[in-house]
Write a protein that binds this ligand. Structure first.
Ligand code: NAP
Length: 330
């Protein structure tokens, strides 16, 4: 696809949290694309959302993927649906933007990679949007400049105020830590080779049987040691922190800017309730990049199947490590 053609995009899972964000961004912020068709499991919500944006409502995911007025597809439905829907898009020859993770198992990730290989061309961009966040981009620029010397360690924190009911111990890896797996791999420019997981006592806010929080440990090819606190029910708000420790200094991700308020005997700033406002720019930029690539306006593809697949390899080893309590090879 190229020639500056306007790309007609269909969104699967358009009425969910991130589906709503992508739908709105496509309709209002992304140049070179139109929202042509949407589908979500809930028929009534699909119709309402379609009306709101002047798009058509599809009768099923397959109907949307094969529609003549859909040039490219966004998959924003829940994790377990990604691999199957991505393969359907690839087999239909349609470029696809697939939310993270690429798949919930390594086996399914392999099937997506095989489908893209059989198609003979790059057709998938994965929603590792932190690569498009201006703050992470600045961190990488400073690291790559070499002025702080070699990286030694990365400390990450991923805290969510409250996770939906039914969230599992494994989903801490496949749904949450998958972002840190990718961003650390991207920041360092190398693969992660060894992983381990430690469980502290669970918080009183965790459902019975859920290991929350977790401490994820990973080591890169060159020996950089990474620790990630993954908290799904931290109670107080949403926070993503990251600090790169190098030989001659450190690089810390800025905390999302909030006004500093002085009130009676108090000085402080608000903490966001959830992720929706933290990565606004990144969500818009990743979709714009995808559309620019499809229109031939940039030759540099966004993160793709290989990145999604590598992340699944790491998450697969981490899930083994949750069971064994040992360091596992990726
Ligand atoms: P959500 O609010 O539950 O939205 C998912 C939507 O998809 C729901 O409306 C759901 O309907 C619908 N759906 C389920 N199966 C479908 C299917 N086969 N075809 C079409 N629609 C289907 O979930 P979310 O929080 O937006 O997360 C969705 C995906 O985005 C997840 O994979 C998540 O990991 C990812 N995500 C990424 C980020 C990021 O920062 N990159 C942020 C949030 C989410 P029902 O509610 O009726 O099941």
């Amino acid at each position: 696809m190229s020639d500056n053609k306007i790309i007609r995009v269909g969104v699967l899972g358009a009425c969910g949290n991130i589906g709503g964000t992508h739908t709105e961004n496509l309709a209002n912020y992304v140049n070179g694309a139109v929202l042509s068709r949407i589908y979500d499991i809930n028929e009534e919500r699909t119709r309402e959302t379609a009306e709101k944006y002047g798009a058509a409502a599809a009768a099923s995911a397959e109907d949307l993927i094969h529609a003549d007025d859909v040039d490219a597809v966004i998959i924003a439905s829940w994790d377990g649906t990604h691999a199957d829907l991505a393969i359907k898009c690839i087999e239909a020859g349609k470029p696809v933007f697939c939310e993270k993770p690429l798949a919930t198992t390594l086996e399914d990730a392999e099937k997506v990679a095989a489908a893209e290989k059989a198609a003979g061309k790059r057709l998938l961009q994965i929603g590792f949007m932190r690569r498009f966040d201006p703050d992470y981009i600045k961190m990488k620029e400073i690291l790559d400049s070499g002025k702080l010397g070699a990286p030694l360690m990365i400390h990450c924190i991923s805290r969510t105020r409250e996770h939906p009911k039914g969230h599992t111990t494994q989903q801490h890896i496949t749904n949450i830590a998958i972002h840190e797996i990718d961003i650390c791999r991207w920041l360092l420019g190398e693969n992660l080779t060894d992983v381990s997981v430690r469980f502290p006592r669970p918080t009183c806010f965790a459902e019975p049987g859920l290991q929350d929080p977790q401490l994820v440990l990973m080591q890169s090819e060159s020996g950089v040691l990474i620790d990630v606190e993954v908290s799904g029910n931290c109670y107080y708000g949403y926070e993503i922190l990251c600090e790169l420790v190098c030989e001659k200094g450190t690089i810390r991700l800025p905390v999302a800017a909030e006004p500093l308020v002085r009130s009676y005997l108090n000085l402080g700033s608000a903490i966001p309730e959830d992720w929706t406002n933290r990565f606004v720019t990144a969500y818009r930029n990743e979709l714009q990049h995808w559309i620019n690539f499809l229109r031939g306006l940039t030759e540099e593809p966004g993160p793709g199947t290989v990145d999604g697949f590598e992340a699944c390899k790491v998450s697969d080893a981490l899930i083994s490590a949750q069971d064994t309590g040992l360091w596992e090879k990726v």
